[in-house]
Design a protein around this ligand. Structure first.
Ligand code: GDG
Length: 467
């Protein structure tokens, strides 16, 4: 079995990976099985001109190598092209996207710098797995350095439709760089179709069966690999003695209250203002839920240096204040807004105690919270998942109540339907969803991707080494 080299924006601490979530566990497991290296940003920023030496730590047969970003890389590569250009473009938000040559140059340059670091770590039989939008051109930078090993790339966020992508300056360069990979994986069929439609319209790709694509002298296999969760572990945590205690104390504190839970990074892609408005609409359309249902929204702060994130936070605080002022009383707070991170174990217990998991992003690659909510439920008396049709998860989790997050009345009615849903229907839906989530967990995702990578045709022709 080949050794594995993983590159992603951040690297998990493998000694506590269970707390970081399923993705870190699954990647960590693959690394432990095969032996290998995990490369990424350390999270540190050094002033321009200061040394940016890598930090290396080893645990058994796995080495993590992290590098700091310089101040200008942090501003222009990370907060610039990654967070201010690619993130909004890939979430269909051209209105929020900022384009600048400085961002683009820094993105190219930082990926080239990472490639130089990674090349030093490689052995001839390694396979490489590169993750996400921060590192799209990393593969082509490695190829420029003469790297011939198999390289796979997985995009965790949506691949936008051609009409949006072509508004991004240098989109041809960006998409062309994807052909440096032997395998590219997307979360959903919609994303893969968007990718293929882009290639079809640009006209320089040959389409072969089984999503093999040829462009110039390069061949790429494309596929759909919907990311999963560590379902067994999450269910176990949700039913631990500590969770029993948390669930019990929540019942004692608010007897009879129907809790609706939302958990997201505070990001404009997650549809948080739309969600609060839909809950308010529920209280208008079905007043029987006043004093009887509350929305608890955990919104972990993220990317607070970017203006669009400051705006979304202010909007959410304004909306929450308005609804609580309008409907709340001494005994009941309609919306409980928690603007900080909550420990993973506590989250699992809160999911279990909630009658509805409300997951309504306006665009999302997959959305793991939807899957976590389902497996945290008591199978004999489960809550209901209300899920946006614009989350990648909706492509498979069809037994959820699927809604359009922009349609306030539709979401409000789905909430009402979920709150009054008979136990037998809840059990039936939860069983179907849980089965899918268990069968396609994060370990299967990891194995499927790596198997496909090993079987992909490594037909990349080495270009002349460009120093
Ligand atoms: C990207 C894509 C894709 C959230 N708040 C807290 C907390 N969380 C955990 C959740 C979940 C994870 O963070 C969030 O995962 P999502 O999938 O929901 O969303 P993104 O962070 O946007 O992830 C997404 C994913 O990559 C994987 O490919 O699904 O579409 O955007 O596990 O539980 N965890 C803790 N405290 C919090 O307050 N401990």
């Amino acid at each position: 079995m080949s050794r594995l080299v993983v590159a992603s924006n951040r690297v998990a601490d493998l000694s506590v990976a269970k707390q970081s979530g399923g993705l870190a566990v699954a990647v960590g497991e693959a690394l432990r099985q095969r032996g290998g290296v995990w490369f990424g940003w350390s999270g540190d920023v050094v002033e321009d001109g200061e040394p940016d030496v890598p930090t290396t730590t080893s645990l058994d047969n796995v080495t993590t190598v992290t590098v700091p970003l310089s101040r200008s890389e942090f501003e222009n590569y990370y907060h610039g092209f990654a967070n201010r250009t690619l993130w909004p473009v890939c979430h269909y938000r051209l209105d929020l996207a900022e384009f600048s040559n400085e961002f683009l140059e820094s993105y190219r340059h930082t990926n080239a710098r990472f490639a130089a670091e990674i090349e030093k770590l490689l052995l001839p039989d390694d396979i490489l797995w590169i993750h996400d939008f921060h590192l799209i051109p990393l593969g082509s930078e490695l190829r420029k350095r003469g790297v011939t090993q198999r390289i796979g790339f997985f995009l965790h966020i949506p691949f936008p439709p051609i009409e949006i992508l072509t508004a991004t300056p240098e989109h041809e360069w960006l998409i062309d760089s994807i052909f440096a990979y032997d395998l590219v994986g997307f979360q959903t069929q919609t994303d893969l179709n968007n990718f293929k439609r882009y290639l079809l319209q640009l006209g320089n790709t040959t389409f072969l069966p089984l999503d093999r694509l040829i462009c110039g002298d390069r061949e790429l296999t494309a596929g759909v690999f919907p990311v999963g969760i560590d379902a067994d572990h999450f269910a176990e945590v949700a039913h631990s003695p500590e969770s029993d205690r948390i669930v019990e104390s929540m019942k004692v504190r608010d007897p009879g209250l129907a809790l609706i839970i939302g958990v997201d990074r505070l990001d404009y892609s997650k549809g948080l203002p739309e969600r609060v408005r839909a809950f308010e609409r529920l209280l208008e359309l079905h007043p029987e839920w006043r004093n009887a249902a509350s929305l608890m929204q955990v919104a972990q702060p993220t990317r607070e240096d970017v203006d669009a994130y400051v705006d979304i936070r202010e909007e959410l605080e304004r909306l929450t204040g308005a609804i609580n002022g309008r409907y709340g009383n001494f005994d009941w707070t309609p919306v409980r807004y928690i603007n900080r991170s909550v420990e993973r174990d506590r989250l699992a217990a809160i999911f279990r105690a909630s009658r509805i998991g409300l997951v309504t992003p306006v665009r999302d690659g997959m959305n793991l919270v939807a899957k976590e909510y389902v497996v945290a439920q008591d199978p004999d008396d489960p809550g209901v998942l209300v899920l946006s049709k614009f989350a990648g998860a909706a492509e498979t989790l069809t037994e959820a109540l699927i809604v359009n997050p922009f349609d306030t009345d539709e979401v409000a009615e789905a909430l009402h339907a979920a709150l009054i849903m008979h136990q037998s229907e809840r059990k039936h839906r939860n069983y179907a969803l849980r089965t899918k989530i268990n069968n396609f967990d994060v370990f299967k995702w990891q194995k499927d991707f790596l198997t496909a990578l090993e079987h992909s045709r490594a037909s990349y022709l080495i270009p002349e080494r460009t120093a």
